[in-house]
Design a protein around this ligand. Structure first.
Ligand SMILES: CC(C)(COP(=O)(O)OP(=O)(O)OC[C@H]1O[C@@H](n2cnc3c(N)ncnc32)[C@H](O)[C@@H]1OP(=O)(O)O)[C@@H](O)C(=O)NCCC(=O)NCCS
Length: 388
């Protein structure tokens, strides 16, 4: 089941949420053996695992709970890390060094380790130690300021954790894969310092680079992709549902104008003086029919029109279904359900359901034995509460 492109690569993931957890999920979907390393709840008093039932985050992964603050727990982690290819962590910068499991400690025994530290602002700089979450990094990286504030100027909350997933998680995966490739040359790994805020900045390159090059203010409505023109906007249909219109190319725009019965605007796509008039006419015409009737007519006709689908609608969308975009998962208590499939460039045909396990289940014995600890030692660690 799943892709095997990363078969044989072992990843230790110290994070249960945020960018590092997104990264390790993608690595697992591509076939890496991912081991979640969490704290022993009763022992550490640290609440790191999310309090809610995680439907898909841990699929294809194993789990070990270690009290790394105890010297024996730290040593058990280092034994696991000595045989791993990748470590991913997302604590506040400095925490792993304090715990004795930072890059230097792991690389001393395993110079090939690719050690990815993801954090909000990176390991250096004045904000490095600041606590934060997705919304903070979207704010400081310019994403919120450019995401169509409403009339009161309040930036909307985005519908996905863009900073964690695309800013931090995907950049972490790219950096890890590049480091693994580079390691083939000399056997040496490296320490990767992935900042979610830097990742958001990378997502903002189009706008930020425009400002840096021209000095022109970049804000909502200031250019084509930020809503300056009627050809690239959202419109409400007669049933109250919304359409996304992105007719950038003149020929697609001309097709749209013709089909909407507004051919007079075909030659005025980028004419600032009439954009309000075009929008008013388009809004009026779109209100005459339901969303799906418009989509059925316009989408196949080279107009760059689509529906704005709710989650409840997209899970039955014919395109996603045709792509096999949803996987099947099975949980002992919650039964069988669908979940988003692996992001695998269309390579996967899922044979068996993903097994989603109860949150208390671990693979401690198997994993620690694999790291070279004998059964008596594992029992000892369990009895002293260093592992769970
Ligand atoms: C999210 C964040 C703000 C949480 O801050 P926090 O709760 O103060 O946690 P920290 O990361 O500073 O520290 C983690 C603690 O858990 C402890 N810990 C972690 N794993 C442990 C384990 N297996 N056993 C024992 N202790 C453990 C650490 O020792 C540390 O405690 P200490 O400071 O007493 O040594 C912080 O981790 C952070 O900024 N991370 C980077 C950005 C990020 O990922 N943000 C989330 C995006 S959704």
């Amino acid at each position: 089941m799943g892709s095997e492109l990363l078969e044989g690569i072992t990843v230790l993931d110290l994070a249960s949420v945020g960018p590092a957890a997104r990264a390790s999920r993608w690595l697992a979907d591509y076939g890496a053996d991912v081991v979640k390393v969490g704290p022993v709840p009763a022992k550490s008093g640290v609440q790191i695992a999310p309090p809610f039932f995680s439907y898909s985050a841990h699929r294809r992964m194993k789990r070990v709970l270690l009290d790394i603050k105890a010297p024996d727990g730290r040593d058990a982690f280092l034994a696991l890390a000595a045989k791993a290819d990748v470590v991913i962590e997302s604590f506040r910068p400095g925490v792993v060094d304090r715990l004795g499991i930072g890059y230097d400690a792991v690389a001393a025994a395993n110079p090939g380790i690719v050690y990815c530290s993801t954090s909000g602002f990176g390991r250096t700089g004045p904000k490095s130690q600041q606590a934060g979450h997705d919304l903070n990094y979207l704010g400081t990286g310019g994403f919120l300021a450019l995401t169509g504030a409403g009339p009161d100027g309040k930036p909307p909350i985005p519908g996905a954790t863009v900073a964690d997933s695309a800013g931090g998680g995907m950049h972490a995966v790219i950096a890890i894969l590049a480091a693994l490739l580079h390691r083939q040359a000399d056997g040496r790994g490296r320490h990767l310092d992935v900042s979610v805020a830097d990742g958001v900045l990378a997502l903002m390159a189009l706008s930020v680079d425009e400002f840096l090059a021209t000095g022109t203010t970049v804000e909502t409505g200031s250019n084509l992709l930020l809503g300056r023109y009627a050809c690239y906007d959202t419109y409400q249909a007669g049933d109250g549902k919304w359409l996304a219109v992105a007719a950038i190319e003149p020929r697609f725009w001309a097709n749209l104008c013709t089909l909407l019965g507004l051919p007079q605007w075909a030659e005025h796509q980028n004419d600032d003086a009439v954009q309000d008039d075009i929008r008013r006419d388009m809004a009026r015409v779109f209100r005459t029919r339901d969303r799906d009737t418009w989509v059925a007519e316009l989408a196949p006709a080279d107009t760059c029109v689509s529906g704005v689908l709710s989650v409840g609608e997209l899970v039955d969308d014919e395109q996603f279904l045709a792509r096999g975009a949803f996987a099947t998962a099975k949980h002992p208590a919650h039964g069988t359900f669908r979940q988003t499939g692996a992001v695998l460039a269309g390579m996967v045909a899922q044979e068996d359901p993903y097994l989603v396990r109860e949150s208390g289940v671990t693979d401690t014995d198997e994993l620690l034995a694999g790291a070279g600890l004998d059964p008596a030692r594992i029992t000892e660690l369990r009895e002293s509460g260093v592992v769970a």
